[in-house]
Ligand binder design. Structure first.
Ligand code: CTP
Length: 403
């Protein structure tokens, strides 16, 4: 997760039962390469100890005792100034109120006042407290001042009530952190469309023709584009994956629906990356009712689907903002020759050729080995790497093509 490596994150933890989840957040951020400094309020320490955070971050965790210690005069200013991001998760109604009113009666609130980095708040509290007018007004005040608020999740609350107030799970929190860290990145103000997954072409109400695409490479591309600050539209078929936080998700099933969505979104897009495995054929007729076996083995007649990349390329002169169109070539033989032909026939700026006959690359697995071919005739062979790394390199190259 290079988006987080060497980032300095100041994590404030306040007195909510969800404080235990903050330990997992601190751990995962540290594992992703971030330098995490933790500040606990007095009430947070009723739920969890500084030692827990020190153990997972490998760094000293701070409490109010440090506000009056030897380093006191520089500590709060130093922590706030060094950070790329101040995250308060979980953030109680009490801390929200203090922040909204500029109170500075604890190391965390003094640090928040002294810091000049973006502030991300993840409110977590019991039923009714979040909806209370006082809390909502405090949130409005903080939003107006530029704070980024993560909506609490709905569900079971510690009191036994069900409602809005749960701290979202770590992956979602990290998604918001990445979004905020990346928002001024080199793709800021650029719109990138990514398609992902294998299309499904229905045969009858229960059966579809589909392929082995997992969507992993497309989702990794969407995340990498978000990390670079792009506005991302992810056009996806049904997959088991969770879309990256911040992506505008358009759900589709068939090649035709994907074509319509791509054309609709391309009008104001800067780049299109077709990572989806689009069906080339679909059943010519869709049976209204389930095909029963009593009728014998059905003869399924197929017809061709629309080629999305070719359709987009034929309309490039109308799509004024669309400067980069990239595709994938999934091949089991004559890899570079076929990829080069597709680059030309689909008028692409870049194509990623991947050999799907290898067991460690292509569909479903976590890794990929691709060669990038560019319209100017240049080529770049990437070694075996994670789909995340492939995505980061492709997004960087697309950024260069965008200029
Ligand atoms: N693609 C597309 N529309 C289709 C089929 C594919 O836009 N109907 C895109 C894919 O998303 C990919 C690229 O074209 O980016 C190449 O897809 P691939 O399946 O490798 O090639 P095909 O064009 O389908 O050709 P073939 O099946 O003969 O290999």
């Amino acid at each position: 997760m290079s988006a987080l490596s060497n980032k300095r994150i100041l994590l404030g933890v306040t007195g909510s039962i969800a404080a235990y989840k903050a330990a997992d957040l601190a751990s995962k951020l540290t594992q992703a390469g971030a330098q995490v400094d933790v500040v606990l309020t007095e009430s947070a320490q009723k739920f969890i100890t500084p030692l827990t955070f020190q153990s997972v971050t490998g760094r000293r965790a701070y409490t109010d005792a440090d506000l009056w210690g030897d380093e006191a005069h520089v500590l709060h200013v130093g922590l706030g100034h060094a950070a790329d991001l101040l995250v308060i998760a979980p953030c109680t109604a009490n801390t929200l109120a203090k922040l909204a009113h500029g109170q500075a009666d604890s190391l965390l609130t003094v640090t928040a006042l002294a810091s000049n980095c973006p502030l991300l708040l993840a409110p977590a509290m019991d039923g009714g407290m979040y909806d209370h007018a006082a809390t909502q007004e405090n949130l409005d005040t903080l939003k107006k001042r530029g704070a980024y608020i993560i909506e609490p999740a709905e569900g079971h609350l510690a009191s036994g009530l069900t409602g809005k107030g749960r701290l979202p799970e770590t992956p979602e929190l990290i998604g918001h952190i990445r979004l905020l860290l990346g928002r001024d990145g080199w793709l800021a103000k650029r719109k990138v469309i990514v398609t992902a997954g294998g299309t499904q072409e229905p045969l009858d109400p229960v059966r579809v023709l589909t392929n082995k695409s997992s969507g992993k490479q497309g989702y990794a591309l969407a995340q990498a584009a978000l990390d670079a600050g792009a506005e991302v539209t992810l056009i996806t078929t049904p997959t088991s994956l969770t879309p990256p936080v911040g992506a505008n998700v358009v759900n589709v099933q068939t090649a035709k629906q994907m074509l319509d969505a791509v054309l609709n979104e391309s009008a104001d897009a800067d780049a299109l990356i077709m990572a989806a495995a689009v069906a080339d054929f679909r059943p010519k007729t869709l049976a209204k009712d389930k095909i029963k076996k009593e009728g014998g083995v059905p003869q399924v007649e197929l017809e061709g689907t629309e080629d999305i990349l070719k359709t987009v390329s034929s309309r490039r002169s109308d799509l004024k903002r669309l400067r980069v169109v990239a595709g994938f070539a999934a091949e089991s033989q004559h890899l570079l020759e076929n990829a080069s032909n597709k680059l030309e026939s689909k008028s692409l700026d870049m194509i990623a050729a991947n050999d799907i006959s290898a067991s460690d690359a292509g569909f479903s697995v976590e890794t990929n080995r691709v060669t990038l071919l560019f319209a100017d005739g240049s080529r770049e062979s990437l070694s075996l790497m994670s789909k995340t790394e492939v995505a980061e390199i492709m997004i960087e190259r697309i950024g260069k093509l965008l200029g």
